[in-house]
Design a protein around this ligand. Structure first.
Ligand code: FES
Length: 132
């Protein structure tokens, strides 16, 4: 496989998280009582992401999210939603696109911007929570 072909290939883990996204919100947010939420848009593609958090004692106890973003955004946010559970708010904010991408075994370079969506939605949710 040439290098340019390889740059289009998703890892098995990306495909697995895309096809079976973790913590995806089924139905509307009334199905998931939450303490805060954050919505962001990706200026590069116009896709959108909302993340909902349940917080107790400054820790994320559970999370749901929804998006109409692409496969990379779905896989990245699925991974992020697993990584942040049980973490303090500050710890969760430290988990950025680089760590998410590494967890997933890489993303095609031109899809890296998609991994930012979940991270930014999480940051918006935490900011809204702290502003209460
Ligand atoms: S192309 Fe929009 S989030 Fe990936």
């Amino acid at each position: 496989m040439s290098e340019s072909q390889a740059s289009w290939v998703y890892s098995d883990l990306v495909k697995e998280h895309f096809l079976s996204p973790r913590n995806f919100l089924m139905g509307d947010e009334a199905n998931f009582p939450h303490d805060t939420s954050g919505t962001v848009g990706n200026p590069i593609c116009g896709d959108q992401m909302t993340m909902y958090l349940q917080i107790k004692d400054n820790k994320i106890v559970d999370v749901r999210w929804k998006t109409y973003g692409c496969a990379s955004a779905i896989a990245s946010t699925s991974a992020l939603s697993e990584l942040v559970k049980g973490r303090s708010l500050d710890e969760a904010l430290q988990i950025g696109p680089a760590e998410i991408t590494e967890f997933l075994g890489g993303l095609p370079k031109h899809k890296f911007h998609c991994s930012v969506l979940g991270h930014e939605a999480l940051a918006a949710a935490v900011k809204a929570y702290r502003a209460k």
